[in-house]
Design a protein around this ligand. Structure first.
Ligand SMILES: Cc1cc2nc3c(=O)[nH]c(=O)nc-3n(C[C@H](O)[C@H](O)[C@H](O)COP(=O)(O)OP(=O)(O)OC[C@H]3O[C@@H](n4cnc5c(N)ncnc54)[C@H](O)[C@@H]3O)c2cc1C
Length: 436
């Protein structure tokens, strides 16, 4: 190996999935890295939290088979996706209303077969869905001008149950933005990778362990084992250029490179000493944000849902995850609401009560939960609207890079866009140094 490690010394600010993916990529190349994390825990917006003595998550997450970089970096740090994730062929179930299951056929036949056999669609809706898919495929999933998902659906007559139980829930879950506001092009990018790649790309991958174990914790162990440091409870307030590299606050050390991997709403103070980054700060300041609410409801152990993930409509719950089926915490349900909505004006108790009532209507005889807890992540992701300009990983300042789910990508803000951005920022450091 070349002696890059004697010249290079990288500071990474933020230990979310983007920062840790950058750190792992550099540590793999034996580059000295120091990760600074303000919180006392790893993982940022996808982290473990302890509730009632149980390791849970700040929010229920789901991945898809197309998350190739996330699955790759998990393997690099020894977190086995086959053990840690429940892999299910694409299946959407709104009990008594809609049901779609992809058979084990090659793509895109699996989706066409799923649409043609879906329960709850009229024959006309099935044909409309197949025509929509064929048209998108013919155009290589590109539209000339971006528009809201709901406009694209209207153009291709995707209405009724098709919109209500398939496209709109997929859009809200994947882009965390309501279909009336979400970018159709970003939706189609995911559609392309998930539904028109290998059949396994459309599989749902639902965590069986808490989020920390999936990547952030083994990633930190990997970085430390390869000579790097991960410092928790260490907020960086200022980042500045110095004659001998980058200086962080008034710390004595200097870093040849810096990767800023904080959330978009946390970035401004870290970039304000760089005049060349004024336009980057403006781009990010223009973002709008969407919340995600997760409510854990603990029922007696015999309570369970018919499957690991069930769609709900007509109330405030969008999806229910049965954590008993997923991670053995019998009777524990996680109810999820993505994106903005009327639930935001309710108190957390009112949200939990409304969710219990919706569950009780589905599971007759359901008693009050033993406990419940709402976690409202108010700025879960940026609002993924048509034409949102996102900053590149490479900045106008030499050796200073950005990583995070909000940076330029053809994906919405997801674990996969976070991981890809971190890997890319690290590879930019490596490429630049190797070319010297
Ligand atoms: C409730 C919820 C549910 C979600 N569900 C899904 C899902 O199902 N599937 C999916 O793919 N994605 C989902 N997402 C999105 C996904 O979690 C995010 O896209 C991803 O975690 C973002 O990672 P990141 O590293 O870019 O940013 P972050 O996770 O925000 O990491 C930034 C880190 O920087 C730290 N930091 C900030 N300022 C400083 C500072 N000055 N000094 C030091 N450290 C600092 C922060 O503490 C944080 O740890 C969900 C998000 C939420 C909140």
């Amino acid at each position: 190996m070349e002696d890059l490690d004697h010249r290079v010394n990288v500071a990474i600010i933020g230990a979310g999935w983007a920062g840790m993916a950058a750190a792992v990529t550099l540590a793999q190349a034996r580059i000295p890295v120091t990760v600074f994390e303000a919180a006392r825990h790893l993982g940022g917006r996808a982290r473990s939290v302890e509730i009632e003595g149980i390791e849970l998550d700040n929010g229920q997450h789901i991945m898809i088979g197309a998350y190739r970089e996330t699955l790759r970096v998990m393997r690099v740090v020894g977190a086995d996706p086959d053990q840690l994730l429940l892999r299910q062929p694409l299946a959407i179930e709104y009990p008594g209303k809609f049901s779609l299951r992809a058979p084990r056929l090659p793509a895109p036949l699996h989706l066409i077969a799923a649409l043609l056999t879906a329960g709850g669609l009229t024959w006309g809706e099935r044909m409309a869905a197949t025509r929509f898919m064929t048209a998108m495929r013919r155009n290589a999933y590109r539209i000339a001008t971006d528009m809201p998902v709901s406009e694209l659906l209207a153009l291709y007559r995707q209405s009724g149950a098709l919109a209500r139980y398939l496209w709109e829930p997929l859009c809200v879950s994947a882009l965390n933005t309501p279909a009336a506001a979400a970018s159709a092009q970003i939706f189609l990018n995911l559609f392309r990778d998930a539904l028109d790649g290998a059949r396994a790309n459309s599989d749902f991958l639902i965590p069986r362990a808490d989020l920390g174990k999936l990547f952030p914790q083994p990633a930190a162990a990997f970085v430390r084992a390869n000579g790097g440091s991960v410092l928790l409870g260490t907020s960086v307030r200022t980042l500045a250029e110095a004659a001998d590299g980058f200086a962080l606050d008034d710390r004595p050390g200097r870093y040849t490179h810096a990767i800023v991997a904080v959330g978009p709403h946390q970035i401004d103070a870290l970039l304000d000493r760089f005049a060349a980054l004024a336009s980057t700060r403006q781009l990010v300041a223009a973002f709008d944000y969407e919340p995600i609410y997760t409510c854990y409801l603990q029922y007696p152990p015999q309570v369970s849902m018919p499957q690991a993930m069930t769609g709900f409509d007509g109330g405030i719950i969008q999806w229910i995850f049965d954590r008993g089926r997923l991670s053995g915490t019998a009777g524990l349900l996680a109810a999820v609401i993505s994106a903005r909505g009327a639930h935001q004006i309710l108190s957390q108790d009112a949200v939990a009560n409304a969710m219990h009532r919706e569950l009780a209507a589905f599971l007759p005889g359901l008693l009050q939960p033993l406990w419940s807890r709402v976690i409202a992540e108010k700025r879960a992701t940026f609002s993924c609207r048509p034409g949102v300009a996102r900053p590149e990983n490479k900045t106008a300042v030499s050796n200073l890079y950005l990583a995070g789910d909000y940076t330029a990508s053809d994906y919405p803000a997801t674990l996969e866009s976070a991981v890809r951005s971190g890997v890319l920022a690290a590879r930019l450091v490596l490429a630049r140094e190797r070319s010297r």
